[in-house]
Design a binder for this molecule. Structure first.
Ligand SMILES: [Zn+2]
Ligand SMILES: [Zn+2]
Length: 261
């Protein structure tokens, strides 16, 4: 299995996963043109995509889906509540490519097992995904709201987890966002801060996760070095140190191809 975050952050999110003959995009939050360019930089072809999986209907996750699906005839998978919200924006997805999954239930594309699990983010019904194939398992988990025991359990034993490190709480509080938006981001249904991401990774390390990518960083309320320092500090404090591999997803270019083998 191979995983590559193509872009990550409030301006657009998309992650490419290849497992056997199956080629998936989780979200497509930049334009079709840009996603196509990003895929080509890693040697992937949009025409070969098996499916686009949608976490939720916020624009930074779905911007390019309508044209991508129409142009390359790609099936789009989302839960029923999400489809209801996206209908207008995804009007050119042909009925045959409208695929509905049930959240919290595994479904298969060929031999790849996909679990869309409910998150706590404030869209109608946001999900994260675990993707498993031939004994390898990875997860994409941004726009999560908060992490609890259920989420830790679901992510256990993943070899690689793309986890949100959205903001630094002090930067957010001191920043220019309106009060209500700050409140929303900080709430249990908003985004995960660097500290909570670090805490979650400590727990995940003890559940077999040895590699993580920090993603969905806010452009205004975080910066890459701070996210890394904060997460590393949490790992150090727990005596884990460098034993967990931590990478950082880039905002608007592929981060690199992570091989699970
Ligand atoms: Zn969102
Ligand atoms: Zn988002």
């Amino acid at each position: 299995m191979r995983l590559c975050p193509l872009c990550s952050g409030s301006s657009g999110n998309s992650t490419y996963i290849e497992a056997g003959n199956v080629r998936l995009l989780i979200d497509a939050g930049l334009s079709c043109k840009r996603i196509t360019e990003l895929l080509r930089t890693i040697g992937a072809d949009p025409a070969q995509l098996s499916a686009i999986l949608v976490t939720h209907e916020h624009i930074d996750h779905i911007r390019g889906i309508n044209i991508l699906s129409k142009k390359y005839r790609i099936p789009v998978y989302a839960n029923a509540e999400c489809w209801q919200q996206m209908r207008g924006q995804l009007k050119d997805v042909t009925p045959g490519n409208v695929c509905v999954f049930e959240s919290d239930r595994v479904f298969y594309i060929d031999s790849v097992a996909i679990l869309p699990f409910s998150s706590y983010h404030d869209s109608v019904h946001a999900v994260g995904f675990t993707v498993a194939h031939k004994g390898h398992k990875a997860a994409v988990c941004t726009d999560i709201g908060h992490v609890d025991k259920r989420i830790i359990e679901l992510l256990s034993d993943c070899e690689l987890v793309l986890l949100e490190a959205n903001h630094d709480v002090d930067m957010l509080m001191a920043g220019s966002y309106p009060y209500l938006l700050k409140k929303r981001i900080l709430s249990g249904t908003g985004h995960l801060c660097n500290e909570d991401c670090g805490k979650a990774l400590v727990e995940l390390y003890h559940r077999g996760v040895k590699s993580a990518i920090l993603g969905h960083l806010s452009a205004e309320n975080n910066y890459p070095e701070l996210a890394l320092i904060t997460v590393h500090a949490a790992l150090e404090a727990a005596g884990i140190g460098d034993e967990m591999q931590i990478a950082l997803a880039k905002r608007d270019e592929p981060t690199g191809v992570f091989e699970l083998a």
